[in-house]
Design a binder for this molecule. Structure first.
Ligand code: GLC
Ligand code: MG
Length: 565
C-alpha cells in the first residue's frame, strides 16, 4: 500500500450518521457468570451486573453487550439456550432483566443482548420433542436430523468435525429402542443445530427478537452468524492424506459462511427497522476478511466483528494490514468498522502479547506455557490505545480495563469449557475468571460470600478495580482517559474529512497512524524512540501515553497519542 494514502474514502458526515449511535460506540462486553455475584452463590447474576453498571458508565462506554443469561444447563457457559425468552434462575428473573435494562438506560448505556440462533441446548423443549417424535416428523424438521451412512446407518452422515473437537454428529435412540438417526451439532453434543431451511425456525427467532426488542434491548450480538445455513446436500469436508477432515489454510469449514445466511439477516433487519430508536445487530463471524462486507450490506447487519485485528501480531506491517483492510472493506458497503482485542473466547490480550509471535492462541493457555506477563501488559496497553484511536466502534471485554491476564492455573476438574471436556485442550475458562472489584474483600469483591465458580489468582488483588481507581498510570485510568479523549476528539467517527493514514518516514518498527486530530505512534521495537526523530514529532503535544515517556522518548512496547496542533 502507498504510504500516506487515505485508506478510508471520505465518508459524508451526514446528520444521519451522527444519529446512528452504534457507528462509533464503545461496547463493553459483560460475561454474566463472572461479572458480579449478588446472592453469594459464586455465580455472577443480573442484579450483580445492575449494581455494577456505574463502573461501565464511568469508564466511558456507550453500551453493554451481555453474553447469554437465558435458561440453560450451562454446558457452554449459556451459549446452549433452553429457553430464549426467560432468564436462568442462576442469573435471576425476567424482572431482573427489565431492571438491568432500565438502569442501563438511566445511565445512558445501550443494551445489546446475545442471540444464539445456530443451535439450542439439547434441553430445549423443541429438541426434546424432536427426540420423542419419529424420523421425518415436523418436530425433527426443526433440527438437522439425517440417516447415517454405512450398511445399518452406523456411520455419521458426513465427515464434519465439531469446533469443540470430535464428530459433529451424534446418533439417537428411537422410541422403539433401536439405534436411529443422527443429529448435527457444530459445537457440543448438547448443542443441536437448528434447521434454517425450515420456515418455522425463522418464525421462532423472529418472535425471540421481538420479545427482547419489546423489553427495550437496543440490539443483538449474533452468535455464530456465519453458521446457520449449511451447504446443499451437506457435502464432506476436504480430507488430508490420512482421510481426516481438514480446513485448507485461509479458508473456513464448509459449513461456515454459506450465502444462505444473508437472507436471514435481511429478514431480521426489517424487524429491527420496525422499532424506534435505532436497534442494531453485530455479527460474530470468524470468516475470511473478504467475506466481511457481505454481512454488513445496507439491508443486513449493522456491524460484524473484525477478528483480523485481534489476531494481528505485534508488528508494524501486520497492524497496517489489520487496520487498512477492514476499513477498505467496510467502506465498500458504507458500514463502520469494528475493533476488538479480547472476548470470552480468546486468551486475554494482556497475556497474548507476552507470547512469541508464532504462538497460536485459539485453544486457551496451558499451565506449561509461561508468557511474559509484564511485556504482555505493556503491549496490550499500547494495542488498546491504537484501537481506541481508530474510526468505527470498539468492543471491550470485562476486565481488560484492569489489565487482567489470562489465568492458566485452573485445576482441570474445575474447567467447564466443553472443548476442554471433549479434547483436553486448556480451553477458554482462563479468560472467564470472576472479576476483582475490591482487593481486601472476599473473592476480591466478586461475591459477598467469598465464593467464585472459578478460583481467582492472587494477582487479581493487585489488579482489583479499587486499587486502580484514581491511580495515575493504572490501566483503569488509562482506559478512562482514552475513552474520554476518544469522545472529545470524535475519534470513533467516520466523518467527512476523517481518514486514517500511515505516516511516511517513520523509523523501522514504529507504526505511525494519523486519524483526525491524533497521530498514534506505536513503538514495537526494543528500544526507546526519541520524539524529535519522528516525522512531525518535534513539537508534538503528547495527549496520552500507554507508558510514561523517558525524557522525550517513547519507550519500547508502548504507544502515544500525539496532538497534531
Ligand atoms: C460463539 C461463542 C462461544 C460459543 C460458541 C457456540 O463462538 O462466542 O462462546 O462457545 O459460539 O455457541
Ligand atoms: Mg449469583
Amino acid at each position: 500500500m502507498t504510504q500516506n494514502a487515505p485508506v478510508t474514502a471520505d465518508h459524508r458526515a451526514t446528520e444521519q450518521a451522527h444519529r446512528q449511535w452504534w457507528r462509533d460506540a464503545v461496547v463493553y462486553q459483560v460475561y454474566p457468570r463472572s461479572f458480579a455475584d449478588s446472592d453469594g452463590d459464586g455465580m455472577g447474576d443480573l442484579p450483580g451486573i445492575t449494581a455494577r453498571l456505574p463502573h461501565i458508565a464511568e469508564l466511558g462506554a456507550d453500551a453493554v453487550w451481555l453474553s447469554p443469561f437465558y435458561t440453560s444447563p450451562q454446558n457452554d457457559g449459556g451459549y446452549d439456550v433452553a429457553d430464549y425468552r426467560d432468564v436462568d434462575p442462576r442469573f435471576g428473573t425476567l424482572a431482573d432483566a427489565d431492571e438491568l435494562i432500565a438502569r442501563a438506560h438511566e445511565l445512558g448505556l445501550k443494551v445489546v443482548v446475545d442471540i444464539v440462533p445456530n443451535h439450542s441446548s439439547s434441553e430445549h423443549v423443541l429438541f426434546q420433542q424432536a427426540l420423542a417424535a419419529a424420523p421425518g416428523s415436523p418436530e425433527r424438521e426443526m433440527y438437522m436430523f439425517r440417516e447415517g451412512r454405512g450398511e445399518h446407518g452406523e456411520l455419521p452422515p458426513n465427515n464434519w468435525q465439531s469446533i469443540f473437537h470430535g464428530d459433529a454428529w451424534t446418533r439417537v435412540t428411537e422410541a422403539d429402542g433401536t439405534p436411529g438417526q443422527w443429529y448435527l451439532h457444530l459445537f457440543d453434543t448438547t448443542q443441536p443445530d437448528f434447521n434454517w431451511e425450515n420456515p418455522a425456525v425463522h418464525e421462532l427467532f423472529a418472535d425471540v427478537l421481538r420479545f427482547w426488542l419489546d423489553r427495550g434491548a437496543d440490539g443483538f450480538r449474533v452468535d455464530v452468524a456465519h453458521g446457520m445455513v449449511k451447504p446443499e446436500g451437506l457435502p464432506d469436508s476436504p480430507v488430508d492424506s490420512e482421510g481426516m477432515a481438514v480446513v485448507p489454510e485461509g479458508e473456513v469449514p464448509v459449513y461456515f459462511d454459506n450465502d444462505g445466511v444473508h437472507a436471514i439477516y435481511r429478514e431480521w433487519r426489517a424487524i429491527l427497522d420496525e422499532y424506534p430508536g435505532e436497534r442494531m445487530m453485530v455479527g460474530e463471524a470468524w470468516i475470511p476478511e473478504a467475506s466481511m462486507p457481505k454481512y454488513v450490506r445496507p439491508d443486513e447487519m449493522h456491524q460484524v466483528f473484525n477478528f483480523g485485528f485481534l489476531q494481528s501480531r505485534w508488528d508494524v506491517e501486520a497492524f497496517q494490514h489489520a487496520i487498512s483492510e477492514p476499513l477498505r472493506l467496510a467502506d465498500e458497503v458504507g458500514a463502520p468498522t469494528t475493533w476488538v482485542l479480547s472476548n470470552h473466547d480468546v486468551i486475554r490480550h494482556a497475556t497474548r502479547y507476552g507470547f512469541p509471535p508464532e504462538h497460536r492462541f485459539g485453544e486457551g493457555l496451558s499451565r506449561q506455557e509461561h508468557p511474559d506477563a509484564q511485556l504482555g501488559l505493556a503491549r496490550a496497553r499500547a494495542a488498546t490505545l491504537l484501537m481506541l484511536a481508530l474510526p468505527g466502534s470498539a468492543y471491550l471485554y470485562q476486565g481488560e480495563e484492569l489489565g487482567l491476564p489470562e489465568v492458566a492455573d485452573i485445576p482441570d476438574e474445575l474447567r467447564e469449557d466443553p472443548a476442554h471436556k471433549r479434547a483436553g485442550v486448556p480451553g477458554r475458562d482462563g479468560c472467564r475468571v470472576p472479576l476483582p472489584w475490591q482487593a481486601d474483600a472476599p473473592a476480591f469483591g466478586f461475591s459477598p460470600s467469598g465464593e467464585s465458580w472459578l478460583p481467582q489468582p492472587e494477582v487479581f488483588g493487585v489488579l482489583a478495580a479499587d486499587r486502580q481507581r484514581g491511580v495515575e498510570g493504572s490501566t483503569l485510568e488509562l482506559y478512562r482517559e482514552a475513552l474520554r479523549l476518544r469522545r472529545e476528539l470524535h475519534l470513533g467517527a467516520h466523518g467527512a474529512g476523517d481518514r486514517v493514514a500511515f505516516v511516511e518516514g517513520a523509523p523501522q518498527g514504529v507504526l505511525m497512524v494519523e486519524h483526525g486530530p491524533v497521530l498514534v505512534v506505536v513503538n514495537t521495537t526494543d528500544d526507546p524512540v526519541e520524539l524529535q526523530t519522528l516525522p512531525r514529532g518535534a513539537d508534538a503535544e503528547v495527549l496520552l501515553a500507554s507508558a510514561p515517556l523517558e525524557g522525550e522518548a517513547i519507550v519500547a512496547d508502548s504507544a502515544v497519542w500525539l496532538g497534531r496542533g
